[in-house]
Design a protein around this ligand. Structure first.
Ligand code: SF4
Length: 260
């Protein structure tokens, strides 16, 4: 069984993003959704998905602190791709957060702020799903370096699909220009990575593309893609857990015949 699982995961590593999406939509139907913050990579995935599965599900965690340009892009996505974005919010409004945790929590404890406004709402949303699709790339941060195209998300307890894991930023922009994909105009103003207004600034020449996120803090991730545990194929260490067994069943069905 372990060999079978490894062979599926290995096969997926050579699939194109489109083939990975095709497999994912076929396997999970309406129990899978794309998670997007509408960055450049997210826009590529949305465009690809619209060609593969016209009625794909798309959701976003709206922190209520996003840039006007991001909200405008969301409206444009709904119009252009004919999809209704499922928006998830924190249990606390910005005003309630201020009352309970004090003003400008992001300046004092950005991890707590991200937990309240991003991680908890995401966990709630993922509870509805069997799998989620993300646009993370391995070369974005150290936490993402070992991302596989298909993996078990031990933190949230479902399958995670990362079709662009092996793409570079250059690949992303090549696709955007080749397919005339809409994107956030802030990217043209030195914002390679865009999050909340409070925690995002333009980068200076020569800076890391994510240097504009949470500057002044060691933080590089909001917590959505930070693993709590070792990957399942490492954790099981020779044994077959019920969790692994479930994952094998899920992954071995409906593999694409031609996934090059
Ligand atoms: S990115 Fe900043 S403002 Fe947004 S949720 Fe995280 S800490 Fe809060």
């Amino acid at each position: 069984m372990r060999r079978e699982l490894e062979s599926v995961l290995e096969a997926a590593e050579s699939w194109s993003p489109e083939a990975t999406l095709q497999w994912a939509f076929k396997r999970f139907g309406q129990r899978i959704a794309i998670s997007s913050a509408f960055g450049a990579e997210g826009m590529v995935l949305i465009d690809m998905a619209s060609r593969v599965q016209p009625d794909f599900r798309l959701f976003t965690v709206d922190t209520e602190f996003l840039f006007p340009e991001t909200y405008h892009l969301m409206d444009h996505v709904e119009e252009r791709y004919g999809v209704k974005i499922e928006k998830v919010y924190s249990l606390l409004s910005p005003e309630e957060q201020k009352r309970v945790h004090g003003a400008a929590l992001w300046t004092r404890n950005p991890d707590q702020c991200c937990n309240l406004r991003k991680v908890e709402p995401l966990r709630r949303k993922l509870g509805e799903l069997s799998a989620w699709i993300t646009s993370i790339r391995r070369d974005q941060t150290a936490h993402r370096a070992d991302a596989r195209k298909i993996e078990w998300d031990a933190k949230f307890g479902l399958v995670k699909v990362n079709p662009l894991a092996d793409w570079s930023s250059k690949d992303v922009w090549k696709y955007i220009h080749a397919h005339n994909v809409p994107y956030n105009p802030l990217h043209d103003r030195q914002y390679p990575s865009i999050g909340c207004t409070h925690c995002t600034r333009a980068v200076r020449p020569g800076e890391d593309p994510r240097a504009g996120r949470w500057w002044g803090f060691a933080k590089t991730e909001c917590g959505l893609h930070v693993k709590d545990d070792l990957p399942i194929h490492v954790r099981t260490n020779g044994g077959i857990s019920p969790e692994l067994s479930r994952l094998v069943t899920i992954l071995t069905a409906d593999m694409p015949k031609d996934s090059a």
